[in-house]
Design a protein. Sequence first.
Length: 331
Amino acid sequence: MAGNPYYSGPVSDHFDGTRFFNPEGMEPRPFLDVLRWQFGGGRVAWPASAPSPFPSAVPDARVADLRVTMVGHATLLVQIAGLNILTDPVWSERVSPFSFIGPKRVVAPGIAFDALPPIDLVLLSHNHYDHLDVETLARLQAAHDPLIVTPLGNDRIVRDAVPKARLSVGDWGDRIDAPGATIHVEPAHHWSARGTRDRRMALWASFAVETSAGRIYHVGDTGFHRGVNYRAASAKHGGFRLAILPIGAYAPRWFMEAQHQNPDEAVEGMVLAKADFAVGHHWATFQLTDEALGEPAEALRTAMAARGLPAERFRAMRAGESWDVPALPAL
């Protein structure tokens, strides 16, 4: 693969002309470390099926205030101020370049695809298969034709698979205006790849979304990175009504620290971002790493209690679960 097949643009503080990087951050582990992890033991077995305690949700067409419904992994339906938003939508059975192998869903999507309300906006954080699922995006385009907001380079991947997709693309720091919301593309500490030869050739990001019912901060994947990006988000945006933060796929720490925060770091991120409430995602759907299925939720409860924070401020949501997020700050 010569050059970058997804993006060409000027050198910046996070792009060297070919690859994106995390300023003063950590690079993903090399292939030999991948083998060391994969063959080193320590993975806790998940059940082949882990049904949610919540029934499949049937959302209202529109919500005036703020309601969040968990679909699974990093896919959530956010209904705010009459706007319907999906984050990193995945309805496929596997998150893999192949339909017959790779991490398989252990719980059905918390909303049946045909039960979705009209989808206005998709926030697509990066191109890993558990976040960018072209089959789901094609279905969404055909059924709802949403605006897909994504960082640099991911538009090429989407458009190759879904030519009619409506896309708005941004670099870190860019502002995108959409009906009912303003979306700010912000940094995350992560990386990207669809194969073995395109590592870090498309950008990854988080999103700060401004609406008439408050601000939301959505982080698809991130390493904690000393809290740098959380502090920057709160300094720039003044805090959030809701943060949507990853809490899973963090073990073993020697391998995952650079790319996936653990629940304790997620709680610290909520505090640093000045979020009134938070939703924990990226767990209990696809086994990507070593920790047990329910461990992230248990660790989250422990981390909240250790800081003297009310557990109800940060929910580790399961598929089909809905939450009407309170309008007033918890403090």
